[in-house]
Design a protein around this ligand. Structure first.
Ligand code: PGA
Length: 264
């Protein structure tokens, strides 16, 4: 079984969704990204980015990516056996995946239920995949009710997880209104949610376990705002869609967010 990845901070995760169109393009991207990464001289951890790619690309990209961990954008909650079209965690791991995203809003929109999500999170963590659970409100109300909805979401999604598995858990705060749009949340807005999420984690597992969980922000992250989330938003990293699909932009974000750590 693959070892769970070192969680570098900041944890910069690209979500390629259904991009790029071909394996050849994907390999070209990663080789070009790694060439740029080599110039960074990151001391603390050799692997400094994470890429969630289409499952079929995982083994190929994992073979060439020197500076990144490769993962999946979803897992199946099915058990091993007679389930047409599904991919289960042991298959992802053995193909080179180090992590999985679970509960992305686009997967939720296709009908994933809260119970299915809770089951998937438990399966993924038990399989030793670093697991990135996504949560985010559709709209923000002035009374702050969305904060308790997010806390309830986290509590339900983690209801089947033993707390000794929390150290391989990451939560991505992704406001649905900010995904794929023009406007990101502000670092201050993200900060408020980070506090609410930590509260939910602490009530589930106690403060010591809650502290082990990394929290990311995602939703219209770009070259201009990335570092502000790390510095002012209280997050441990970023989940990046569109801006991870252009090699120059993704590299600029990794560079700007890791520069301090690398002592530059
Ligand atoms: P975006 O997507 O960065 O393009 O807004 C984020 C996501 O879907 O994870």
């Amino acid at each position: 079984m693959a070892k769970s990845p070192l969680r570098s901070v900041p944890l910069i995760v690209g979500n390629w969704k259904t991009n790029p169109a071909t394996l050849q393009e994907a390999l070209k991207f990663v080789k070009s990204l790694d060439k740029k990464m080599a110039s960074l001289k990151i001391k603390a951890a050799k692997k400094a980015y994470y890429l969630a790619v289409p499952d079929i690309f995982i083994p190929h990209i994992n073979d060439v990516a020197k500076y990144g961990y490769i993962g999946s954008q979803n897992i199946s909650g099915s058990s091993l056996g007679q389930e047409t079209g599904e991919v289960v965690p042991s298959q992802l791991l053995s193909a080179g995946a180090s992590f999985a995203i679970i509960g992305h809003s686009e997967v939720r929109a296709r009908g994933e239920t809260p119970d299915e999500r809770a089951h998937k999170v438990a399966l993924s963590l038990q399989a030793k995949l670093m697991t990135i659970l996504c949560v985010g409100e559709h709209v923000r109300d002035n009374q702050g009710n969305y904060l308790s909805e997010l806390e309830d979401d986290v509590k339900h999604s983690l209801s089947l997880v033993q707390r000794n598995l929390f150290e391989n858990l990451v939560i991505a705060y992704e406001p649905v209104w900010a995904i794929g749009g023009k406007t990101a949340a502000t670092p201050r807005e993200a900060f408020e949610v980070v506090i609410a999420l930590r509260r939910a984690l602490a009530s589930l597992a106690g403060i010591e376990y809650a502290k082990k969980v990394h929290i990311l922000y995602g939703g219209t992250v770009n070259e201009e705002n990335a570092r502000d989330f790390i510095e002012e938003g209280g997050v441990d990293g970023l989940l990046i869609g569109r801006a991870s699909q252009d090699v120059g932009t993704f590299f600029t974000i990794i560079d700007s967010c890791t520069a301090k750590k690398a002592g530059k």
